[in-house]
Ligand binder design. Structure first.
Ligand SMILES: [Fe+2]
Length: 462
């Protein structure tokens, strides 16, 4: 989406005759945004994309939020979420508002249809798993730690590879711009004159992986495209394969970007979250916290200052790193720090991390400019002790077994989850290789043992 490209066969000019081998005209489609003055692509179909042979409403996707009046820190452990559904029906919205919906998906089944989100751009973060997403613009091969940005209106189908022995089950985080805006690189990274990434941007064109062949499936039959629109998924039926495009060009298309290709910007003193910004849409931003050297002033405090982000709610999804520095956090955790109260490092962390030279953290952050609300599904995996984890002397182990309670704003409930053995195995492996290695090296008590991380690593999650 950020710059002009093309794939496949194209006529020499727009809107002229362009014929199939059998002499019939290809069907041109202008795929335009913002009333045809925003990013646009022009596509050439074998079949007219307007030929529908049937449709019916299928199911509602309207999200019901709970505890809308309650402001508190939240921590949702998503790793115990059991696999369910396919890469569309298996999505579980955990937080959201009228601008963005944030969901986690652990798909159990393959997609047997194609899907179009006609309400929102979608920004996936593939935590585990690899495969190919076949889109009307071509195929995108993806793997762990890839962002995949799929703009509104794109028809696609996810195909995950079967996990190899010992590999975690596929799992992704998804941020949907339900306010209808487009998820794009921040404008300040781009040249105003050419839409080229500027020198100070933490990534550039070479880091983006664009659609490739195969793109064209010339098949007749009965094909279902499920279209999400107006908070309802509709089933639309076509008599030809929906990925029937022979060529396209323009600035509107899906792409991949691996978070390891984000080049973090470091400073003499602590750099604020916008330094890590990767994408933005109307009323929310997406940031990447990546492994990097830490601040190099001789007296630097390398963890964030306490801060009130007065206009934002902050959600962090924890991918890899040393989780000991943020109490109770695990791989796959989501924390929500709401506007209205400040947040910052846990007690002892600023002192304990003095002299740390680098961080191995990896996290995806979504900051919203309007309050986020949890869903009932989020509450089922809610760590009610998290708001208390800043109390001096508080340790997660001391509170083990604590359950959701009325004192914390919602009623007690039974939480029953199951986890696929292989998924649990995979999660343990990541913790083992990324976090526990440090624990074994004697650094696990860093937060309560000043100087333990000196010259080593520190966690700087904001
Ligand atoms: Fe923050």
């Amino acid at each position: 989406m950020p710059y002009y490209t093309k794939l496949g066969k194209l006529p020499s000019k727009r809107h002229i005759q362009f014929r199939r081998p059998d002499g019939q005209l290809y069907a041109e489609e202008v795929f335009g945004t913002e009333g045809f003055v925003g990013p646009t692509s022009t596509l050439y179909h074998i079949n007219p994309p307007t030929q529908v042979i049937g449709w019916e409403p299928l199911y509602s996707t309207k999200v019901e939020y709970v505890e809308r009046e309650t402001m508190r820190m939240r921590h949702v452990k998503s790793m115990p979420m059991p696999p369910k559904g396919d890469p569309v029906t298996g999505r579980t919205v955990l937080f959201g508002n009228s601008d963005v919906e944030i969901s986690v998906c652990v798909p159990a089944d393959p997609m047997k249809y194609h899907f179009k989100n006609a309400m929102a751009d979608e920004c996936f973060f593939i935590h585990f798993g690899s495969g190919t997403v076949y889109t009307m613009f071509g195929a995108l091969k993806f793997g762990p730690k890839d962002y995949i940005v799929i703009p509104k209106g794109t028809i696609y189908q996810f195909v995950f590879d079967a996990p190899k022995d010992g590999e975690p089950e596929p799992r992704f985080l998804l941020m949907e711009s339900v306010n209808g805006s487009h998820i794009l690189p921040p404008p300040r990274y781009m040249s105003k004159k050419t839409a080229q990434f500027l020198e100070h941007a933490p990534y550039c064109e070479r880091d983006l992986r664009l659609p490739e062949m195969p793109m064209t499936f010339d098949k007749k039959g009965r094909f279902e495209v499920r279209i999400k629109s107006r908070d309802l998924v509709h089933s639309y039926q076509y008599s030809y394969h929906p990925l029937d495009i022979v060529g396209w060009d323009g600035c509107y298309y899906p792409y991949c970007f691996n978070i390891d290709d984000f080049s973090p910007i470091v400073g003499k003193h602590h750099m604020p979250p916008p330094t890590h910004q990767t994408f933005e849409a109307h009323n929310f931003v997406i940031c990447s916290f990546c492994p990097r050297p830490l601040d190099f002033h001789p007296q630097a405090i390398v963890v964030p200052y306490n801060h009130s982000n007065l206009d934002s709610d902050e959600v962090l999804y924890y991918v890899e790193g040393n989780y000991k520095a943020r109490k109770g956090i695990e791989v796959g955790s989501l924390s929500l720090h709401p506007q209205g109260i400040p947040h910052g490092p846990h007690p002892g962390t600023p002192e304990a991390t003095i002299g740390a030279t680098h961080t191995n953290e990896l996290a995806v952050m979504c900051d919203t400019f309007a309050p986020l609300y949890p869903t009932k599904a989020a509450l089922a995996f809610d760590d009610l002790n998290y708001p208390r984890s800043w109390e001096h002397g508080w340790e997660p182990a001391a509170e083990a077994g604590a359950t959701n309670g009325a004192a914390n704003g919602h009623a007690k409930r039974e939480t029953k989850v199951s986890t696929r053995k292989s998924a649990a195995r995979g999660a343990s492996r990541v913790v083992e290789t990324k976090g526990a290695t440090q624990a074994k090296a004697g650094k696990s008590k860093a937060a309560s043992k000043p100087g333990a991380m000196r010259g080593k690593t520190a966690n700087t999650w904001n």
